[in-house]
Design a protein around this ligand. Structure first.
Ligand SMILES: C[S@@+](CC[C@H](N)C(=O)[O-])C[C@H]1O[C@@H](n2cnc3c(N)ncnc32)[C@H](O)[C@@H]1O
Length: 255
């Protein structure tokens, strides 16, 4: 993903509007509310914050102590445009970034997919190390290989996850899984059909890896709103669902 300037530009433009980002931001906020109640002053780090949509959403909701880090110049530049407090940091060297600072909450959304099987355990341990004793790590990740499509190629996703990929990594990282949910369950047939269609296009040569485009584009206003409503309703109705293109987890430090 790093270096694909056009993908950062799309993210910056659309993350406040697109149903998927709106749903993700609400799910993360719900996890914060569950952990901290109505407090808005806890120290929050968005690790791999992209163009800053999550941080901007939280700032609008009244959160006051927000920091971001990302390894991309494009991402950091867009965050500056939003007036966010963001630093360029390669998460592989997280330990070198303000080593004495710990956070009440760390958000790390759709970043683990850029780390290999060997790189992910040290990243999890480094993130855990930066949590205060009662802190939480909230992390959304691309789920299930059946959802692989053109999108994965366009944004350079190395891998997708299921919960069982994370469970064995928790003890060594000093973390435990407090909550997990796959989403969007109700929309998964639609997303699956779209991604399978994209794969067929690639297999038949209608698309190539060079022309692959991400799914970050705005559908018509009514469709975007309908998809958001379905996803929003699902969040209100179900505490746990078995399938979806994303896996959201709330991780806590092991006691
Ligand atoms: C798919 S985007 C997600 C951005 C944001 N978290 C969101 O939810 O919109 C992945 C982000 O991870 C960042 N990233 C990937 N590898 C990284 C690394 N080694 N260090 C820091 N950031 C990295 C990319 O620059 C990109 O902004």
């Amino acid at each position: 993903m790093i270096g694909r300037s056009e993908e950062y530009a799309k993210m910056f433009e659309l993350e406040g509007q697109l149903w998927w980002y709106r749903s993700l931001h609400e799910r993360v906020e719900t996890a914060l509310l569950n952990q901290f109640g109505n407090r808005r002053d806890m120290r929050v780090l968005d690790a791999g914050c992209g163009t800053g949509g999550m941080l901007e959403f939280l700032r609008k909701r009244g959160y006051t102590d927000l920091r971001g880090i990302d390894g991309s110049d494009d991402a950091v530049t867009f965050c500056y445009e939003r007036g966010l407090s963001v630093t360029k940091v390669d998460l592989k060297y997280l330990a070198d970034f303000e080593p004495k600072t710990q956070y009440d909450a760390i958000i790390c959304n759709d970043v683990f997919c850029y780390f290999t099987g060997l790189e992910l355990p040290p990243l999890l341990a480094a993130l855990a190390h930066r949590l205060k004793p009662d802190g939480v790590l909230i992390t959304n990740n691309n789920a299930f290989n059946s959802f692989r499509g053109q999108h994965d190629i366009a944004v350079g996703i190395l891998r997708r996850f299921v919960l069982a990929d994370f469970t064995p990594l928790m003890p060594a990282a000093g973390l435990q899984i407090s909550q997990s949910i796959y989403w969007s369950f109700l929309l998964s047939p639609l997303i699956l059909a779209m991604r399978q269609w994209q794969r067929l296009g690639l297999a038949l040569g209608w698309q190539t890896t060079e022309t692959a485009k991400s799914d970050v584009y705005l559908p018509s206003a009514w469709l975007n709103e309908t998809l958001y409503r379905v996803s929003h309703t699902e969040q209100k109705l179900f505490a746990r669902t078995p399938f979806g293109s994303s896996l959201l987890m709330v991780l806590k430090k092991s006691q």
